[in-house]
Design a binder for this molecule. Structure first.
Ligand code: NAP
Length: 289
């Protein structure tokens, strides 16, 4: 399909899963893609199929200099960037105490600082254009934290915090931000994308033991279809009024709804204690309102 005004997409982690599905869907849609991957040869077939609209760039998002060079390569190739998808990521599994220091840092370097570096490197271009859309692939775990996935969820909570602020900062400049919150989707994340803590402490067996078994048993059986997720993301980008948050999958919708209800119930139950903490006679209004 050829588009009248094709958009230029920049996607991280295009080798497998959501990144791969989205790259293929966007090319089929008629847009242009700078598909980035740690092993660009995994995308050779795309270059053969879409020689003029696909460009593949090597990118490990934990290398800030490479991030800047990849953005430059995208602009050199297509002259602009319309949609940025911060997708590259992996999941570490283990109780907070069990995950090694090295894995904690690697988890934040990839899922959070990688996305942050890409965003900060591309913002000057989007500001100059006075247009653009940043899609940050968070997770249901960006709003709800699960035992044994606490470090992974922390990276996604942080990504949500940055995205929510960014959306307010850049809206007047014509730039949009959408946080994508998938539930369980059939990608490589529960297989090669899973980093399991070497240390397993017996004391956590009851509270966290089941999750690893569940993650591994779900590998290849997750209900979510990444190709359909890609269609949903294109729909959001094509929308005149895209959402700040897009949950993907019934599991994500139900889990987030339950979290919102429990936060509201606890807020109400402890409201008086919360309100009684102001200085006598002070005027209180909503923060940032
Ligand atoms: N699938 C789900 O159920 C689910 C649910 C919620 C959120 N998510 C999020 O969706 C995003 C994509 O994951 P996925 O589910 O599609 O899993 P996936 O199939 O394992 O894909 C992950 C992608 O990230 C890339 N990647 C990992 N570390 C990288 C780095 N340092 N630099 C550049 N690329 C890197 C991988 O590249 P290599 O091939 O080189 O390893 C791969 O392309 C992640 O942010 C994940 O947290 C997934």
């Amino acid at each position: 399909m050829s588009q009248q005004n094709p958009k230029v997409w920049f996607i991280t982690g295009s080798s497998t899963g959501f990144g791969r599905s989205l790259t293929e869907a966007v090319l089929k849609h008629g847009d242009r893609v700078v598909a980035t991957a740690r092993k660009p040869e995994q995308l050779d077939s795309l270059i053969h199929q879409y020689p003029t609209t696909a460009k593949v760039v090597r990118l490990d998002v934990t290398k800030p200099q490479d991030v800047r060079e990849a953005i430059k390569a995208a602009i050199d190739a297509f002259g602009r960037i319309d949609v940025v998808v911060n997708n590259a990521g992996f999941a570490s599994v283990g109780a907070i105490e069990e995950v090694s220091d090295d894995t904690v840092r690697r988890q934040f370097e990839t899922n959070l600082f990688g996305a942050l570096d890409v965003t900060r490197a591309v913002l000057p271009t989007l500001r100059q254009q006075r247009s653009g859309h940043i899609l940050n692939i968070s997770s249901v775990g960006g709003l709800v934290s699960f035992g044994s996935l606490g470090i992974y969820c922390a990276t996604k909570f942080a990504l949500e915090g940055i995205s929510e602020a960014l959306a307010k900062e850049v809206a007047p400049l014509g730039i949009k931000v959408t946080i994508v919150e998938p539930g369980a989707f059939r990608t490589e994340i529960n297989g090669q994308g899973l980093v399991i803590a070497d240390t397993r402490l017996d004391d956590y067996a009851d509270s966290t033991g089941g999750i690893l078994q569940w993650l591994e048993s779900m590998d290849g059986k997750q209900p979510g279809d990444p190709d359909k997720a890609a269609t949903a993301m294109i729909q959001v980008v094509e929308s005149d009024n895209p959402p700040l948050r897009l949950a993907l999958g019934a599991d994500a919708v139900d889990t987030i709804a339950a979290k919102l209800e429990s936060v509201k119930a606890e807020l109400d139950a402890w409201k008086q204690v919360s309100l009684d903490t102001a200085f006598e006679g002070s005027v209180v209004s909503a923060i940032g309102g």
